[in-house]
Structures are given as C-alpha cells and as structure tokens.
Design a binder for this molecule. Structure first.
Ligand SMILES: *[C@@H]1O[C@H](CO)[C@@H](O)[C@H](O)[C@H]1NC(C)=O
Length: 376
C-alpha cells in the first residue's frame, strides 16, 4: 500500500530510534518517520516548500540522533525525532533555495548549496555555535560554481568539502577558509550536469549525471572511469541481464552502484574500475521480503542499505517503500570495516544464483582477501 500520493524522494535510517525518515514531494512536502519494522507512519514533519536533502547528525544539539533537512524555502532545519519539533533553523538571508547541504563531522559547520539566482550559485556556511545568530550565515563562497550546487559532502573529519554542480564541475574546497580565492583546492570539469555525487571510504569520489552517465574520480579529482549506465544492446558497460535505466545511489558496503529500472526494480552493479571494464551484476532482487513490489511503471528515487538487517529499503514515485533482501553472499563482500571471525579464509565473491544473473558471472569468483586494512 502506498504511504502517500506524492513521490518518495529521499530516505535515511535512524538506527537508534528504529525509524526510517522518508521525504515526500510537492504538494505534501513532509518527512515521514516510519517504524523500521512495521513501516507505519509515526510522525510527519511538515515543510513549507520542496525538501531537497536529508542528513543524520549524531550527538548534535543535545540529541543522540538529529535529523537535518534542507528546503527550497532557503532553510536547513534540525529536528527532534522524538517530539517531531523543529529545534533550530539555519536560514539564508536574503533567501536562496537550498538544493544540497552537509554538516562537518565535528558538527561545527553546516554548508548549504543554493540554486542559481541573480547569476550566482552560492555555498553558504553556517556556524552551529549556539552563540551565533541563525539569521546571519557565517560566510559565503559565491563563485566556486556557476550553476545550481547539487551536492555537498564534507570529506571525512577534515574541513575539506566536495561540491558538484549543474555546471559540470566537481570541486574540493576548504570550508574553513573564508576567502574563496584561497579556499578552492582542486576542481575538475566532467562536462555534463551533475545530479548526484559522493565519497566512498574517503578515497574515491563518484558522480552521476542527468544523462545516465556515471564517473569515478580519485580524491585529487583525476578521472578514473566514465561510463554510460543505461541498459542498451549497444552499451558494453552494462551486462545484458541487468535492467539499468538510471542511477539510484552508490553503496560503499560492498562498493557498487544501485541502479533502477522503469519497472520499479533495483540491481546492484560493481563499481567501474576504468571506462572500458564492464560492470558485474552483483545482485538483482526480484521480490520484496514482505508486501508487493513497486508499481510496474515507476522510478525508484532512493535506496537505503541496512547491512546489519540484511536488507535494502527503497522509496519510489509510486509512494511506496519496499524492503528487499540483501543476501549473505553480499555480506561477505563487505569492505574492511566488517568483522570476520577467521580473517585468513579467502572470501568468495558470489553472484546470486538466479536466472537473471549474467551467465558470465554465474561461477563464483575467488577474490584475494584484503589482509590489511587501509589504516594499517
Ligand atoms: C580496465 O580494467 C580491466 C579490469 O581491471 C583491465 O583488465 C583493463 O586492462 C583496464 N583497461 C584499461 C584501458 O586500463
């Protein structure tokens, strides 16, 4: 059963509270807090305009898990998920629609990326210090990008931030440097409008375009791979058995692309190693753990990995949440942070034994075990 007649746009897990937060499109413009077992709506957090991003901040403003939302009304809001109250609002002044935001790991700074207005797209930094007045942003970078700032991501615990834009550029700048001329550390132009971007394990950067292309970059913004992810007999990057119409998101555990089809199905594909190596189909769940699948003509807008519960949760334009299995084989693909009882045993990379798995990948592939983690 659909939760709403609006689209579901973004989702987030709040593990300590056993909740999922799911944002809905216009006209509803709400964040629904759902019990993560029953998926019943516990609370609905209303917004005056389109909700653009959700983030979780742990141990922030006196709460264990705080939900942060950005909105096209020009504000980033901090929510108490128990009471459903908005406890603090960071607003742009004059108001600019916020499309993306992130909070630094030390929670001292919120960076917000705006839509293009009066020929400028801004990255606005707010100090979260309670002494600072929320009405006045701390400092602003006005010329890092020349069009909508669609993604912002602090890199690990540093003050460096990745930004991506409709102008085609990925940029790393130092958020703590107020002088923009000195703040920009590196920039690369992908040459196509960037809709999504993120960081994997502080060592790789990925980006997805509005044109169903996908790229991987080093942390210095050197391009490693640039591929078309749309299933097509002419596209050698995507196995013929995969139904890939668009990127939903990127998973870091295991590393891969979660792609969706216009039939409301999702698949997990391996991350490209370079522009010419084809992706492997790692997992393509055919039916949800409970309840019906997504509508047969819909777009999956968000996916959330809950590895500790062996599941992937998706939200789609049909207003439904689906919970898909995340099999044991994939658990073994977990990267270095995963605990293993017998660390000397080789790990088998096994494609799921289903009809829809690419024939070339049906044989389990033995991969070398990572003996050392990156930190060692
Ligand atoms: C791309 O990666 C594949 C698999 O790792 C490798 O065999 C191939 O040589 C690489 N191609 C280029 C052009 O680097």
């Amino acid at each position: 059963m659909a939760l709403t007649s609006s689209y579901l746009l973004a989702c987030l897990h709040l593990p300590a509270a056993n909740l999922y937060a799911v944002s809905t499109s216009t006209p509803e413009n709400a964040v629904l807090l759902l019990n993560d077992e029953t998926r019943r709506i516990q609370k609905s957090l209303q917004h005056p305009n389109v909700i653009t991003r959700l983030r979780l901040a742990r141990n922030f403003l006196g709460g264990q898990e705080r939900l942060l939302t950005s909105c096209k009304d020009g504000s980033v809001r901090v929510w108490d998920i128990q009471s459903g109250d908005c406890i603090r609002t960071f607003s742009t002044s004059p108001r600019r629609a916020i499309l993306s935001f992130d909070i630094s790991q030390d929670k001292s700074t919120i960076a917000a990326g705006t839509e293009l207005a009066q020929q400028e797209a801004h990255i606005i930094f707010f100090s979260t210090d309670p002494e600072s007045t929320d009405a006045h942003p701390g400092w602003v970078h006005t010329s890092t990008h020349s069009d909508d700032v669609t993604c912002l991501n602090f890199l690990g615990s540093s003050s460096q931030i990745l930004s991506a834009s409709t102008d085609g550029c990925l940029c790393i700048s130092d958020a703590s440097v107020k002088d923009e001329e000195e703040a920009v550390l590196s920039t690369s132009n992908w040459g196509c409008s960037i809709a999504q971007a993120g960081v994997i394990d502080d060592e790789l950067i990925w980006a997805g375009s509005d044109m169903e292309t996908f790229s991987v970059w080093s942390i210095e913004l050197d391009k490693i791979a640039d591929i078309n992810i749309k299933s097509d007999p002419e596209n050698p990057s995507i196995p013929s058995s995969a139904k890939s119409d668009y990127l939903v998101t990127v998973s870091s555990q295991p590393r891969g692309l979660i792609v969706g089809s216009y039939e409301g199905q999702i698949s997990l594909l391996s991350l490209p190693k370079n522009s010419s190596s084809p992706l492997k189909l790692l997992h393509a769940p055919t039916s949800p753990l409970t309840g019906p699948p997504h509508a047969t003509e819909t777009v999956v807008r968000c996916a959330l990995l809950v590895p500790e519960k062996d599941r992937v949760v998706t939200g789609a334009e049909d207003g439904m949440i689906c919970v898909w299995p995340w099999p044991q084989e994939l658990q073994k693909l977990k990267t270095k942070s995963a605990k293993r009882s017998k660390p000397s045993e080789p790990v088998e990379e096994v494609a799921e034994d289903r009809m829809d798995v690419d024939e070339e990948q049906e044989k389990p592939v033995k991969v070398k075990k990572r003996k050392k983690s990156k930190a060692e």
